[in-house]
Design a protein around this ligand. Structure first.
Ligand code: TXA
Ligand code: MG
Length: 335
């Protein structure tokens, strides 16, 4: 039976944390909130525990996991080298939505890194995540708490719906604020490289480092040995077709309705004008933070409303929207 425990997002109860830490120390799975999305945690240094994460998510063994740490010392103890770039980025952005890819120490099991020589490290900012890491006293491997390739969970309800009985304990601390997964930055080469865009943008990374930061493009990923194996074309996807439209999607939505499709329409900003009958409309804010924070919840809502198709108005092709457009493009990729 999956246990679900309410926990205060700002002041988590030590007794509740200890209960979860015990579950983790027994090698079992705990879903917990981070400032980005809910994570599915297990002891990172215990291969049998990590194995359970892959089983629960239906995740391919080729896709490595992010290891979450409570403090800098723990992060350093898992990395074989700690370049000045890591020091600087950790100083500026940790705790926060940034994962750093570094050469791994032998203590990090191969199953965590999908057999690779590097490990992704992140110190989360959510009080519950940090307190759980401290209570457990060990680093936690934690991917997003959803079935592989599906929409990430931003509430405990999403976790329960996606993973069902596959998780031992779910913390319910309300909705997560960030909404999109962390920025993943590869620091194993001379130039820092963003493998997955996220809440922290390239300009912010460059400002912190005082040097250029590259973006690993999709094209590069298909031609090179996969730098971030999790970046498959289709990801973050709802169970029904999703398509992206530039500009207003009214014409496309009207067409779907005419074809008797039950359609969900995701508008950029509040929807206005008369709405076609029989559609589900959700409007997301025009600012990046508000949009990111609400995106996955909107996709989950369309799913539970039973729509047959989701039509999304793409935010503008500007740097601040990079992560949102990345997720939407992947979600729209044919299965
Ligand atoms: O915000 C987040 O990062 C959330 C919360 C729970 O912390 N976690 C998350 O984990 O999104 P996951 O497993 O869903 O995504 C991890 C991403 C994948 O794209 C994976 O391929 C990449 O990080 N990754 C992990 N380890 C890596 C490594 N050693 N080298 C390159 N990419 C790595
Ligand atoms: Mg994920």
């Amino acid at each position: 039976m999956t246990e679900r425990l309410s926990i205060d997002p700002q002041h988590p109860d030590p007794a509740v944390l200890e209960r979860a830490a015990k579950v983790l120390r027994a090698g079992r799975l705990v879903a917990f909130p981070t400032e980005t999305v809910y994570g599915l945690g297990a002891l990172a240094l215990v291969p049998e525990a990590v194995e359970r994460i892959f089983e629960a998510k239906g995740r391919p063994a080729t896709n490595p996991l992010i290891v979450h740490v409570a403090d800098l010392a723990q992060a350093r103890s898992l990395a074989r080298s700690w370049p000045a770039q890591a020091e600087r980025l950790a100083e500026v952005f940790w705790p926060g939505p940034l994962s750093l890819v570094l050469p791994k120490q032998p203590s990090v099991p191969d199953i965590v890194t999908a057999g690779g020589p590097t490990v992704a490290l992140r110190m989360p900012a959510h009080p519950v995540a940090l307190a759980l890491l401290r209570a457990t006293g060990a680093p936690l491997a934690a991917p997003s708490a959803n079935r592989s390739t599906h929409i990430s969970a931003t509430t405990a309800e999403h976790v329960a719906r996606s993973l069902g009985e596959r998780v031992d304990l779910i913390f319910d601390a309300g909705a997560t604020s960030g909404g999109l997964e962390s920025t993943v930055v590869d620091l194993t080469g001379p130039v820092a490289r963003v493998l997955r865009p996220g809440l922290i943008g390239i300009a912010e990374l460059e400002a912190a480092l005082g040097e250029r930061v590259q973006l690993a493009s999709a094209a590069m990923e298909t031609h090179q040995a996969q730098p971030s194996p999790g970046m498959q074309a289709r990801h973050y996807a709802p169970g029904v077709p999703l398509e992206c439209v530039t500009g207003s999607a009214r014409a496309r939505v009207t067409q779907c309705v005419a074809a008797c499709e039950r359609v969900g329409w995701l508008t950029l900003g509040e929807p206005h004008g008369r709405l076609p009958e029989g559609i589900v409309v959700i409007g997301l804010p025009l600012d990046v933070e508000g949009y990111s924070s609400g995106l996955y919840a909107a996709l989950h809502e369309f799913e539970s409303a039973g729509v047959e198709r989701i039509v999304v108005e793409l935010p503008p092709d500007r740097p601040e929207w990079l992560a949102v457009r990345d997720r939407l493009t992947r979600a729209s990729h044919p299965a």
